[in-house]
Design a binder for this molecule. Structure first.
Ligand code: PLP
Length: 454
């Protein structure tokens, strides 16, 4: 405190709202990640790349709703008009609408793996339906997920345990028998995947993975890793599912991360950006698999709100807007500027930390090592080669994302950055997002704040 950059913001109204919230909702929030310490600020409204809290404080926002708001808080006129017009016609009907067909056609036209799609209401619903579909299609029960991944608040993937073995639930309330059907692997470890498939390939219904581990600070796949997963699943009659809930229509533009990496999975889960800020989810993929969903197939899947006209209208118009304007160039260029600026600052002030991310995702991770997986080796992949530019910081005991200095990062979040008017994700492991509404000036201001904070 005390720097001219840190005005010691008044957040009295937020504090009062939090006190009220605590007595009527668990932890004062409706999703645990929002329960930041010492208390969350309550948002009054969004404004372009900013949010304004209940006390009138303004922040540059890199949370962006945890990813959906590709265009920022002010929906462009065509998106707003279409949503308002849909609202005027009634919010939903329980019968098909044209916008479902149009958004399905848009997604199938652009995303390599998607020939058919079923819309649901959240990323969690998308991944749990995709797992059921994979089990129904293959007639197998076991699924494989990556350590450090997140696929929503669902029974099959809230697991922990030793790589290659049956898992245990990572939350109370999940029967151990459910978690036993899930096997975890370390991301980017092709040998571990090969070994597992050699031993148990014929039991595995699917490998479910984010193409970039976006819920583990942002861990990119090392060269050849996604290719190995593609080959192994194909050779053993298992399905490869890319969870693109976070990366979909954010990384790799309209083709998503699968287009960027050139790997076509059997199924893809989507959410966030395809709802333009409204609740949505989707399972897309090969037509012969998607058609196993009821009513054409025997895998039951249904929802009162599925294909909700307001969400799908917002999503369709957002994606059309992104297709017609320089949205992806803009966010990628600001992302490059921000990551390069952060790299310079770290070199000067905190060389033991690392900048991660690509396109419009970024994070400064408080570990000496670029992350490779939750427990593994350096992303630079040098295997402690003295010629590696990161060798100086290469921990001989394999640094990893799990060993990041979480407590120190929390102080960066608040007060160091928040009191300078920059809103980051409160958790060390959550990625951060740049929107079309951010400007070069926002990036410069953010870099100044990081400089002071670090
Ligand atoms: N999958 C991934 C990769 C996610 O990042 C998330 C949420 O952040 C989910 C699934 C769950 O999505 P939702 O919160 O919409 O249920």
């Amino acid at each position: 405190r005390g720097s001219p950059n840190r005005p010691n913001m008044n957040r009295e109204r937020s504090r009062n709202l939090y006190d009220r919230a605590l007595s009527v909702t668990p932890g004062g929030v409706n999703s645990p990640v929002r329960a930041v310490r010492p208390y969350p600020f309550f948002v009054e409204r969004g404004d372009g790349a900013h949010v304004i809290d209940a006390d009138g404080n303004k922040y540059i926002d890199y949370v962006m709703g945890y990813g959906p708001l590709l265009l920022g808080h002010d929906l462009p006129q065509p998106v707003q008009s279409a949503v308002q017009s849909q609202l005027a016609d009634g919010p939903m009907y329980g019968a098909p609408t044209e916008v479902e067909v149009e958004l399905a056609e848009f997604v199938t036209r652009h995303v390599p793996s998607v020939e058919m799609i079923r819309f649901v209401n959240s990323g969690t619903e998308a991944t749990s339906s995709a797992v059921r579909l994979a089990r129904g299609y293959t007639g197998r029960d076991k699924i494989v997920v990556m350590q450090g991944s997140y696929h929503g608040a669902q029974e099959s993937t809230l697991v922990q345990g030793t790589a290659g073995m049956a898992s245990e639930p990572s939350s109370n309330g999940i029967p151990p028998a459910f978690a036993e059907e899930t096997i975890t692997l370390p991301f980017n470890d092709a040998d571990a995947a090969r070994e597992l498939f050699e031993e148990r390939g014929d039991e595995i219904a699917c490998v479910l993975t984010e193409p970039i581990l976006g819920n583990c600070a942002s861990v990119p796949p090392v060269d050849g890793y996604l290719e190995t997963l593609r080959e192994l699943t194909e050779d053993h009659g298992s399905l490869l599912i890319f969870d693109e809930v976070m990366t979909g229509f954010r990384i790799g533009g309209l083709q998503c991360a699968q287009g960027k990496f050139g790997i076509t999975p059997d199924l893809t889960t989507l959410a966030k950006v395809i709802g333009g800020g409204f609740p949505v989810g989707a399972i897309g993929g090969r037509a012969d698999i998607i058609e196993q969903f009821a009513p054409t197939g025997d895998v039951f899947q249904a929802g009162t709100y599925s294909g909700h006209p307001l969400s799908l209208t917002a999503g369709l118009e957002t994606l059309r807007y992104a297709a017609k304007n320089d949205v992806y160039d803009h966010v990628r260029s600001l992302g490059d500027q921000l990551r390069a600026g952060l790299t310079d600052i770290l070199e000067d002030r905190a060389p033991e930390y690392t900048v991660v991310g690509t396109d419009s995702m970024f994070k400064v991770i408080f570990t000496r090592d670029g992350p490779r997986d939750l427990e593994g080796q350096c992303a630079a992949g040098c295997s402690q080669d003295p010629d590696c530019p990161r060798f100086e910081y290469c921990p001989k005991d394999k640094g990893d994302v799990n060993r990041a200095e979480t407590e120190r990062w929390e102080r960066l979040f608040w007060p160091a950055m928040l009191d300078q008017g920059v809103f980051l994700t409160a958790n060390q492991f959550e990625s951060q997002f740049i929107s079309y509404a951010h400007t070069e000036e926002d990036i410069e201001q953010t870099l100044e704040a990081y400089k002071d904070a670090l």
